[in-house]
Design a protein around this ligand. Structure first.
Ligand SMILES: [Zn+2]
Length: 119
């Protein structure tokens, strides 16, 4: 249920995200989440995620390409990127002069687990 709501929100934001375009994210070690109070003080941090641990904010599959494609504040997998932009990550990277790399061995898993509507 919570997930459905999240996808609906994304659909509403879709036009804005599309207008803003995409960018490339080079993940570092970071907390999985940060909760701040009204003054911006950190109240709670989630467990640390490493640079290789990135999950698609839309379908939750693990993202194995680097840099990670991002739309607005959402990290997305190649399949969701294509569904949302109509452009393949390889093409987008080429347009931006970005060298796209796949983390060894596991990229096929992504393509299998993140299958969207028929293309
Ligand atoms: Zn995805």
């Amino acid at each position: 249920m919570g997930k459905m709501k999240r996808v609906a929100l994304l659909a509403q934001e879709w036009q804005r995200l599309k207008a803003e375009g995409w960018y490339w994210w080079y993940p570092q070690e970071r907390p999985s989440f940060v909760i701040t109070d009204w003054d911006g003080n950190v109240v709670e941090e989630g467990p640390t995620l490493g640079p290789d641990e990135v999950y698609c904010d839309i379908c939750n599959t693990r993202v194995f390409v680097r840099p990670v494609p991002a739309l607005g504040s959402y990290a997305v997998c190649p399949d969701c990127f294509f569904r949302m932009t109509g452009i393949r990550v390889e093409e987008a990277a080429y347009l931006d002069g970005v060298e796209l790399m796949e983390m060894e061995g596991e990229e096929l898993l992504v393509l299998e687990t993140c299958s969207g509507p028929a293309q």
